[in-house]
Design a protein around this ligand. Sequence first.
Ligand SMILES: *Cc1c(COP(=O)(O)O)cnc(C)c1O
Length: 438
Amino acid sequence: MSTPSLRERDARVIAEIGRLRFSPLSLVGGRGNRLIEEGGREVLDLSGSAGPAALGYGHPAMVEAVERAVRDMAGASLLLYPNEPAVSLAERLLAVTPGSGERRVWFGHSGSDANDCTVRVLAAVTGRSRFISFIGSYHGNLSGSMGISGHTAMTHTLPRPGVLLLPYPDPFRPKFSAEDVLALLDYQFETTCPPDQVAAVFIEPLMSDGGLIVPPHGFLKALQDRCRRHGIKIVVDEVKVGLARSGRMHCFEHEGLEPDLVVFGKGLGGGLPLSAVVGPAEIMDHAPAFALQTTAGNPVATAAGGAVLKTIEREGLVERSARIGKLFSDGLRALAEKHEIIGDVRGRGLAVGVDLVADRGTRDPVPATTTAKIIYRGYQLGAAFTYVGLKANVLEFMPPLTLTDDEAAEGVAIVDRAIEDVLAGKVADADVASFMMW
Ligand SMILES: *Cc1c(COP(=O)(O)O)cnc(C)c1O
């Protein structure tokens, strides 16, 4: 009998529900900006593991910080005792996040628990129970964060009662313009959604899982102004696109937002489970509303967070993300000249999406199988990436912020070849059937 592969062993023991894998890639290691699959082949990682791998894999700063924190471990629970890495990280996060007055930081394990906690504390502090968010938005997969999400992958769960889901204006498929959405909000405020019942609006400054949609300039600011007028708090979910990913430290800076609360996750932990909420003390110091999670803010995860923030500064990763992101997306944009299937290349910094269309005139999305085949072929050719979008037609690129010029060029060449090969029929439906998701 032959030894079972990692993939076969995985299929026997790991729950299948909610696994987003679009290729047979199974990992035994990672080095730099490359993932190492069983058998030892190295694959260029253009996915960043969906965002967390901000510094790639095995970055010396991460190794050093995590090793030190675990070797001389300052307890395992911030609930019981303050620990040095958590307090230092909170100080650092406050220093890099704009805001005034007394502010506090809450730590969790994931973007989901951070948004959950934010919903709960805002309802408790404001005494208001309604929230506004967007169709297509993804804020997490725990009950509170699912309840304010508007992704089609969430339709198995009912939204939180009182949530108002607005369309997110999409410049590429402008079903609703920014003006339409604001007019709808005004009408809701006048009629069935009295603004004094609304605690907060949850904003993705760049809609990620909903299709990597960059909002029309000025829309979010206008939304913020309308909400502020009614005492509605502005929550910006920077989980996926924050901390240098967008070519600015915070993605909300591109639109000049002034959030009351900012939610961090994914890249903050550099791959370790870590999330944070930054907000005013009068909101955050509300102990009864907060989920007490024993290991949240533990010294190992927060030491990793400290290493991420220090490395962003030391290696100039904000500027690098802007520069390499432009190089990479310009490369992809050039591919649009030969591949009709590329309808749009968009994003900010190293958060890049390629919108695949069946027809450039109508901009109808390609079927999900086409997207999956390109991802599958990309894997065969040596690069890992995934997809997003309510119609699963947008290739998502969230590579490590440490991606080099050469790797960006290598990535573009692989995407080029993968598209060419798929259009030439080199991947069969059966090849991707078992990897399809939403
Ligand atoms: C991924 C994501 C979350 C949830 O984070 P998890 O770590 O998966 O719980 C929340 N908000 C946004 C914008 C995300 O992309």
